[in-house]
Design a protein around this ligand. Structure first.
Ligand SMILES: C[C@H](O)[C@H](O)[C@H]1CNC2=NC(N)=NC(=O)C2=N1
Length: 180
C-alpha cells in the first residue's frame, strides 16, 4: 500500500498522534527538520495548518481530490462568493497558485514563463480544453511574448467559489505532463 495512503489511514486511526511523528515513523526523516516534514505534508497531503477535527479526524483534501470534482453551473441561484477565510483554507490545496484580493475581489492567479509565443498559445489551448469541459473559464494573459498569467474567479458572483479551486487544480494536473 502507498505509504502516503498508509499515513492518512494511520492519522485517521491515531488522531491524537502528531502527523509529523507518524510521517517520520513511516518515511524516516532522512535528516529533514520537522519544519521540512510539515512543509512536505502540507504540500503533498494538503494537511490544513489548523487541526480541523471532524470527530477528531484530520480533514484531508489534496490537489488530486479537487481535480476529481466537477464545477457547478455558475448561474446556480445558491452560488455565492466565499469568504477570505474560506479561501485561505483552500489555497494550500492548489500548490503554486496565489490568492489575491483586488479591490475587495478575491481571485486566484499563477504565472509562468514559456519558451515561445507559440508555446504560450499551445499552453492556452490545454487550459481552454479544461475550462470548456468544466464550463468554467479563466482569464488568460500572454504578455511580452512569453509571460503567461492565468487569473481565475467566478464572474457571476464577483468573487471566489469552489469552482475556481477545482479549475485551478485541473489546470495544474492538465499541464503537469507537458513542457512549454
Ligand atoms: C451560464 C454560466 O454562468 C456561464 O456560461 C459561465 C461560463 N464560465 C464562467 N467562468 C467563470 N470564471 N465565471 C462565470 O461566472 C462563468 N459563467
Amino acid at each position: 500500500m502507498n505509504r502516503m495512503l498508509q499515513l492518512r489511514l494511520l492519522s485517521l486511526s491515531n488522531p491524537q498522534v502528531p502527523l509529523t511523528s507518524l510521517f517520520q515513523s513511516l518515511f524516516g526523516t532522512h535528516g529533514r527538520s520537522s519544519t521540512r516534514v510539515t512543509e512536505i505534508l502540507q504540500d503533498r497531503v494538503g494537511v490544513s495548518s489548523s487541526r480541523k477535527s471532524l470527530y477528531g479526524f484530520r480533514t484531508f483534501c489534496t490537489q488530486e481530490d479537487l481535480s476529481t470534482k466537477k464545477c457547478v453551473p455558475c448561474n446556480s441561484k445558491d452560488l455565492q462568493a466565499m469568504t477570505e477565510e474560506a479561501a485561505n483554507e483552500l489555497i494550500p490545496k492548489v500548490s503554486g497558485w496565489n490568492l489575491v484580493n483586488e479591490d475587495g475581489k478575491l481571485k486566484l492567479n499563477r504565472s509562468w514563463r514559456v519558451k515561445s509565443f507559440t508555446k504560450g498559445l499551445e499552453f492556452f489551448q490545454v487550459v481552454a480544453d479544461v475550462a470548456e469541459a468544466e464550463g468554467h473559464h479563466p482569464d488568460l494573459h500572454l504578455v511580452g511574448w512569453n509571460n503567461v498569467k492565468i487569473e481565475i474567479w467566478t464572474h457571476s458572483v464577483g468573487g471566489l467559489t469552489e469552482n475556481d479551486f477545482i479549475l485551478a487544480a485541473k489546470i495544474t494536473m492538465g499541464l503537469t505532463c507537458n513542457t512549454y
